[in-house]
Structure formats: C-alpha cells, structure tokens
Ligand binder design. Structure first.
Ligand code: PMV
Length: 365
C-alpha cells in the first residue's frame, strides 16, 4: 500500500514548466475521535467527522523549473518559516512519491478564514489544501494521469488526496470529502482503510446534511499540548486498549445512527467521545486538563437546555477548551437565541464562529 501512487510520475520537468495553482480546503470536526497512532501516521482506531465550510484554508502555490528544490512559505502575506516547516518536513519525508519536486522552486501562500488564535486546529485544512495544490501540479505535469470522465472537468482522485493529506497530518485525511468522512479500517464499513479516509456522504440520513456547528471560543490561547505529543502519550496510557475497543464500538453504533437519523444515539456517542478524549488526556502521564471552567459551564447549559426543550442540540470538543455546538438547521432559531442569551458570555470577547457541514476542497485557480 505504501507504494500505491509512487510510480505515477517519472521523467524530467520541461524547461518552461511554471504556473500557479490554488485550492481551498476545510477544517473538520471529529465525532468519533482519532487519538493515538502507530507506524507512519496510521490511526489506532477509526474516526468519523463532519466536514466544515466557513473554517477553511486557502493556499496558492507558484511553481517554476529550477536546478534544485526551492521552497518559500508565506502566511497572511508574510514569510513564515515556522509555519512552512511542517510542509517542508512532509515533502522531505515523501520525496520518493514526488520525484519532480527536486526540479521545482515553490512559493506557497496560505491564509485561514478563521483567526489563527481561535484555538481551532488548522492542520487539517492547511495540509489538505497544500496536498490538493501539489497533486494539481503533478497532474499538469503528467497529462496521462488526467482523469477526464466524459463531459466533466478534470478531477483529482480524492482517495489519493486523502492518502497524502494523512501523511501530512492525520485528521487532514478526512477534510477532502464533502459532508462526512470515515478514516480507519473497520469491518462495519466496506472499503474503509487506515491509509486514507472515505466519504460517508451517501450513507447518512438527510438530517445530518443540514447540520450546523457553532464554535464557541472559550480561549484563544495556544494549546498546551500539541496533537503530536498527545498521540504519543497514548502509548503509555493504561486505558489505551479499552479506549480503542470503545472507539470501535462507537464507530459501529454511530454509523448505524447516521444512517437511520437516530439523533438520540448520535448525541450520546458524540458527547461521550468528546469527554473520553479529555479523560484520556487527564489520565496520561504527564496529564493535561484542557477544559476551562467556562467549557464546563457551556456543557452544563447545553445539557440542561436539551433536557428542558427536547431540542437535539449537543456538543463536542477538540483537544482544547472551545466547544462545538452541533444541531440540525431547523433548530437554528432557538439555538442562536440560547447562544445570545446564555452562552456568548462564556466566550473570550464574545467570540463565536458560525459554521455548517460543507462540501470539501474547491479549486481557486
Ligand atoms: O491530525 P492530528 O494529528 O492533529 O490529530 C487530531 C486529533 C483530534 O483533533 C483531537 C481528533 C480528531 O480526530 O480530529
């Protein structure tokens, strides 16, 4: 599997080869969480996510034939070697897949539509946006690779995009699909794989295609534990085997709830997964408490509101203190009122991002 796409491009880059490509790619929010990895960016358990829309990265890559590999990275219009380092590392580790790179100079320009300091992980959107650009360059270099279904525009193979996005940042594997994605092998879903994510779009009840996600920014401070360090801490965590078994069970039950539109099970599994992720961090060595008092205030308010109104509003968390509020579109009026009346006061400077389930990457140039 490792060499799935390694031999597609061969040969010398033409002297006049140059151009500019651009892609936007969304962030995603996991419902069943990926926490713990093995080997080369392989997950210890399968995960399922909503693809977002408003929270995305736009990346443009200018490329030109050069004597040797060249790389410059600009974030928000300014050179930012620290942000570019992760992409350079990815390219370095995977150069065998992209042999044309050592004859190209690249200038990467990237920006996020969500504030960098919002505490929202940007690696899923930024890495998948870059991979889409890279595969676009590869495609223009290799006309024989172009898939041209009759009467339709050329496409980039989403499975291949997911595979390389995964190598750049695990959760990025799920960002290249519309609506919802499953990453990780499970015998509950055909063709699922640890190597790339697959689309769940055709296996979910219509109600989930209307889902909104309001992200309540409790704190915009940088995370005190990187996800790389967090995954590594799972290796010594005594609860790890139980966690992986539980995640597989949650995948099975969530897939069935997604198909039937069973909102009660969806809520149960989603909230339990969020709390388990934080429980795992709390019992790792060293341990981390990433929730803040206001995170708990929001969770408490959401659960009380659900109890009182029977409105199927639930929460999930990423590896940080900010809270994602998930609910179907037809409940937007009442949930927005709740946010305004009670929840916004728990947010940092009233900061909240209104997002919704989205369509996956889009070509910009
Ligand atoms: O893709 P990474 O290595 O940044 O890990 C992401 C981990 C979580 O966001 C906490 C969970 C997930 O599945 O996205």
């Amino acid at each position: 599997m490792e060499n799935l796409w390694s031999n597609e491009v061969r040969g010398v880059v033409p002297d006049d080869f140059h151009g500019r490509v651009g892609w936007q790619s969304p962030s995603n929010i996991a419902l069943v969480k990926y926490w713990g990895k093995r080997g080369k960016q392989l997950p210890q358990n399968p995960s399922i996510s909503f693809t977002l829309s408003e929270c995305h990265t736009e990346t443009f890559v200018s490329f030109a034939k050069a004597e040797r590999f060249g790389f410059k990275f600009l974030f928000d219009g300014k050179e930012n070697p620290a942000f570019g380092a992760k992409i350079e590392k990815f390219l370095d580790e995977n150069q065998a897949f992209f042999p044309f790179l050592n004859q190209l100079a690249l200038t990467v320009e990237s920006r996020n539509t969500f504030p960098h300091s919002s505490g929202i992980a940007s690696s899923a959107s930024s890495m998948s946006a870059f991979v889409m650009c890279l595969l676009d360059i590869e495609r223009s270099l290799s006309p024989e690779l172009v898939e041209r279904p009759k009467g339709r525009p050329t496409t980039i193979n989403p499975q291949k995009a997911s595979y390389f996005s995964r190598l750049a940042s695990g959760s990025a594997a799920r960002s290249v699909f519309p609506k919802m994605a499953l990453w990780g092998a499970t015998n509950c879903y055909p063709n699922s794989s640890d190597e790339y994510a697959i689309s769940l779009e055709n296996d979910i009840h219509p109600v989930f295609k209307t889902y909104r996600d309001n992200i309540l920014i409790v704190s915009d401070a940088q995370k005190s534990v990187s996800s790389r360090a967090g995954h590594a801490l799972m290796e010594g965590n005594p609860y790890a085997p139980a966690r992986y078994a539980q995640a597989n069970e949650n995948i099975k039950n969530l897939l069935s709830a997604l198909k039937s539109g069973d909102l009660d099970s969806f809520i149960n599994i989603t909230e339990s997964e969020a709390l388990q992720l934080h429980a795992l961090m709390m019992c790792s060595q060293p341990s981390f408490i990433l929730m803040k008092p206001n995170t708990l205030q929001i969770i408490d308010t959401v659960q009380r509101f659900r109890e009182e109104t029977q409105i199927p509003l639930c929460f999930t968390l990423d590896a940080g203190p900010n809270v994602h509020l998930l609910y179907p579109d037809n409940e937007a009026g009442k949930v927005e009122q709740l946010i305004k009346d009670e929840l916004v006061s728990y947010c940092n400077n009233g900061s909240c991002i209104a997002d919704h389930i989205g369509e996956g990457p889009k070509k910009k140039l």
